[in-house]
Ligand binder design. Structure first.
Ligand code: T4K
Length: 381
């Protein structure tokens, strides 16, 4: 058996700006004395991101969760919203925080995104919207979701926390739905340490969201709709401005690492590599495998622990399934027999380490340990 790796291999590592460049930006901020409240850096980042993401109307926020909460308020969502249980809990928590009941819909076995063919039967007179997630940055079936939303007059908010810079059939990911949310958390392909953005399909939404992230304050000091505090500060915005220049190279490096993984892990019985369709210009946020215990020989959790003993910190994104969390398990839509695909996928997925700085040696080592874990079973070790 391989020795544990000499240092811990984390599932991800943040993309960082050059310290010298950041020091220059911080000097600029210090000199101006403007640290927050839509200062020069935040305004520039919004403009830069609008161009990069091809999103004409866009606002930045202090994190993706608050951005999503504001998106629900902007569209006056209430009652029930159909969403996926196969996501980070933030997606579902946002609905609860808006007093909305999440209604879980099963997922597609290939993309792991909301299965559009299962949405219609969940629509009730209380349904106001659909909130799908572009899981691991792989786009949802936006055409089918749009036609259902149009038919029933529902709003669509896409959680694109993972989909920074992704395109489908040449269309930017922000161009689908009423609103699209991006997360700029440190663990994302592009980050502002903490941060997020909303892209809207109409200018009026941006104007109202910009008020809501600043307590709801209007230019005359009045407040028409109570807002919150979800502003991105100037230092975070400066990090974003600098990282926007590096993110293309980061995605390229990740693509190369993903190709090595694919090469070294292909053909292992019971191990499926989760990858995007050809129509997608992808951003490689995660490298995800799906383990079928029967064919692979061991359960995903055994492999997960085995990797840990070798200093490899993989992650079970997304496990437990949101519908199985204590706070959501009593919803009628959480019942396991209504979500067979999501429950099966959550038991099998594993995100392997992936980031630009990951070395070829580290990728090869991870793959060797995975192969070895199976061989030890074959040999009865
Ligand atoms: N919707 C979806 C679909 C999401 O995935 C998320 C967030 C959201 C909405 C909400 O967006 P935000 O409000 O976060 O903007 C992480 C992130 O905290 C979370 O942002 C992310 N999704 C989720 C999928 O993953 P953890 O609990 O896995 O993070 P943590 O601290 O365990 O870190 C993971 C690895 O990254 C570790 O190996 C250490 C490394 N790391 C982490 C940080 C924070 C670093 O090397 N440096 C760092 O600064 O949640």
């Amino acid at each position: 058996m391989s020795e544990p790796f000499k240092k811990q291999i984390k599932v991800t590592q943040p993309l960082l700006p050059d310290q010298k460049d950041l020091a220059e930006k911080i000097k600029e901020i210090w000199d101006s004395g403007q640290l927050s409240n839509s200062g020069k850096m935040a305004v520039q980042l919004e403009r830069d991101l609008s161009g990069f993401l091809n999103a004409e109307y866009l606002s930045v926020f202090s994190n993706g969760t608050l951005a999503l909460q504001i998106a629900c308020k902007l569209l006056n969502l209430s009652g029930e919203v159909i969403t996926t249980p196969f996501t980070f809990p933030a997606t579902v928590n946002v609905l609860e925080w808006n007093g909305i009941t999440p209604v879980f819909c099963d997922i597609d076995p290939i993309t792991f995104n909301l299965d559009p063919d299962r949405i219609e039967c969940l629509i009730s007179e209380k349904t106001t919207a659909i909130m799908p997630v572009h899981v691991y940055g792989i786009p949802c079936d936006t055409d089918k979701i749009k036609s259902i939303a149009d038919k029933y007059h529902l709003k669509v908010i896409y959680d694109a926390a993972h989909a920074f810079g992704v395109q489908r059939n040449g269309r930017p990911i922000a161009s689908f739905g009423d609103i699209t949310m991006f997360s700029f958390h440190a663990t994302k392909v592009f980050n502002t340490i903490e941060g997020g953005a909303l892209a809207y399909n109409q200018p009026g939404l941006k104007e109202r969201a910009d008020q809501m992230r600043n307590f709801g304050l209007l230019p005359d000091g009045n407040i028409a709709v109570p807002g919150t505090n979800a502003k991105l500060n100037e230092v975070q915005a400066a990090v974003g401005i600098l990282l926007l220049k590096k993110v293309g190279e980061e995605i390229h490096r990740r693509k190369e690492r993903a190709a090595i993984y694919t090469d070294l892990l292909s053909g292992i019985p019971g191990l499926r590599i989760h990858s995007p369709m050809e129509s997608v210009m992808y951003n490689y946020p995660y490298f995800v495998i799906l383990i079928d215990e029967t064919e692979f020989g061991i359960h995903r959790d055994t492999l997960f622990e085995h990797l840990k003993t070798h200093n490899i910190m993989a992650r079970r994104y997304f496990y437990p399934l949101c519908s199985n969390l204590e706070c959501y398990m009593n919803l009628s839509s959480s019942s396991k027999d209504r979500l067979p695909v999501a429950n099966r996928v959550a038991e099998g997925v594993l995100a392997l380490p992936l980031y630009g700085e990951l070395s070829d040696e580290e990728v090869s080592y991870v793959c060797a340990v995975i192969r070895e874990s199976r061989m030890s079973i074959d040999a009865g070790v």
